[in-house]
Design a protein around this ligand. Sequence first.
Ligand SMILES: *Cc1c(COP(=O)(O)O)cnc(C)c1O
Length: 233
Amino acid sequence: MSIVVNLTQIIENINSAVSRRNSRLINGSKDVKLVAVTKNHEVAAIREAVAAGVIAIGENRIQEATQKAQILKEHVEWHLIGHLQTNKVRPAVQLFDLIHSVDSEKLAIEIDRIAGALGKRQDVLIQINMANEDTKFGIASKNALALGTFISKLEHVRLCGVMTIAPFYEDIEQARPLFRNMYQLFMELKNVNLANTNIEWLSMGMTNDYIVGVEEGSNLVRIGTGIFGQRQY
Ligand SMILES: *Cc1c(COP(=O)(O)O)cnc(C)c1O
């Protein structure tokens, strides 16, 4: 299957998932943005996706993304979807339009410091570990408001929403309750009206579970395998 064919099918699936949810949910932004996850794929694959209409590229390693960005001529949005260590914040802030994976005050402070030095306001999401898995990064949902409040006071960081990675379920219906809770959390964060924030993105859904994610209110899906096929490691 080609990248274009895969993308066409995914967009169709997203649109029908949106039409199934709209009567139930109001989440500020009805449009769903697709982040094409290109980790472990060549720049040629990114080009093909961009030619087919993709505008946002997701990577989880700073170095790999930076190298690709140097080669890629096309203008795209760069999204950091993987864990960010404090010692890699500088190159991350230099490249990424949106960092999906902020999960501590310490990291937020470092992003603020570097962004200030670079004269940038860095857009970020808070990563939530909804299923409380030991193997995943992210904060517990009960701590989201506190971290959001903390970030809202940082001058060079702008909180734009929340992100989660669901556990891998054979039966994707099992992700639904977790996505529902995530939508609630997103709306709570939006409704507290924190100063200096722009809570607009609910980043949830990958190849395996994006349809359920969108049905439950996601407006930012991160899809790799479904577009590019299996990754070679
Ligand atoms: C790799 C990755 C994705 C994409 O996963 P696929 O199953 O290939 O769609 C999405 N989000 C994060 C955080 C990832 O690391």
